[in-house]
Ligand binder design. Structure first.
Ligand SMILES: CC(C)(COP(=O)(O)OP(=O)(O)OC[C@H]1O[C@@H](n2cnc3c(N)ncnc32)[C@H](O)[C@@H]1OP(=O)(O)O)[C@@H](O)C(=O)NCCC(=O)NCCS
Length: 191
């Protein structure tokens, strides 16, 4: 399949008010990619319910946005009540946009976000057949363990450093500006 130029888009954190874009991205996944993402068959109803609960899950959601639409996304969800400790991560990239480095970029952001929050371990559950996700996890020195037909990838982020904190803060500021521009683009044609 042709590689999409992922430089055409930008990866940034999504605001809660943009979660509908994440929901629409999940709804655009085909049946096979939904199965790989959720580890089971996931119909529209399931995704709509999932999206409704997102704001309560205390997740950090990154989106890879191209032309105002979320085409790839990553969720970092704390395990337990606190943002420190351990967390799990899940990824999705729409089929036409796969194999262009977006998944790798998203995992990089997730690992850094975990690092900056003193999260000691990030778990990624994927089906054993999901070689692509496993290949990406290995780029971040993940330990892969087989567990009842699934593979659990474990990444231990390094300790936070002033540079990693600074990078995230700068990107958040840029992300805010981009979100405002996206909003303006949405509102202006309607005015
Ligand atoms: C897994 C997923 C997020 C990857 O996103 P992506 O943008 O295509 O990933 P990237 O382009 O960054 O990297 C893909 C890597 O896998 C490698 N790869 C592709 N097919 C492979 C295969 N069959 N076996 C091993 N490695 C493979 C590619 O070569 C590439 O590595 P490289 O950059 O070193 O060449 C995407 O395929 C997806 O959304 N899948 C469905 C949902 C899912 O599986 N989620 C993960 C479980 S939570």
């Amino acid at each position: 399949m042709a590689r999409t130029n992922n430089k055409a888009g930008a990866t940034r954190k999504l605001f809660v008010t943009e979660y509908h874009k994440y929901r629409d991205h999940l709804l655009r996944l085909d049946a096979e990619n939904r199965r790989l993402r959720f580890g089971m068959i996931a119909g529209d109803e399931f995704i709509l319910e999932y999206a409704k609960r997102l704001a309560d899950m205390k997740s950090i959601v990154y989106g890879h946005i191209i032309g105002g639409e979320v085409r790839g996304a990553a969720e970092l969800r704390p395990l337990g009540r606190h943002v420190h400790g351990e967390a799990e991560a899940a990824f999705s990239v729409e089929k036409e946009f796969q194999d262009a480095g977006i998944g790798t970029q998203l995992l990089g952001r997730v690992v850094r976000a975990a690092r900056n929050r003193s999260i000691s371990r990030v778990y990624m559950n994927c089906l054993a057949e999901n070689r692509k996700m496993q290949a990406i996890a290995k780029k971040f020195d993940a330990v892969l363990q087989f567990d009842q037909g699934d593979v659990v990838g474990k990444v231990a982020p390094a300790s936070a450093h002033s540079f990693s904190l600074w990078r995230e803060a700068v990107e958040d500021e840029m992300g805010f500006v981009m979100a405002m521009l996206d909003l303006q683009r949405r509102i202006l044609p309607a005015a």
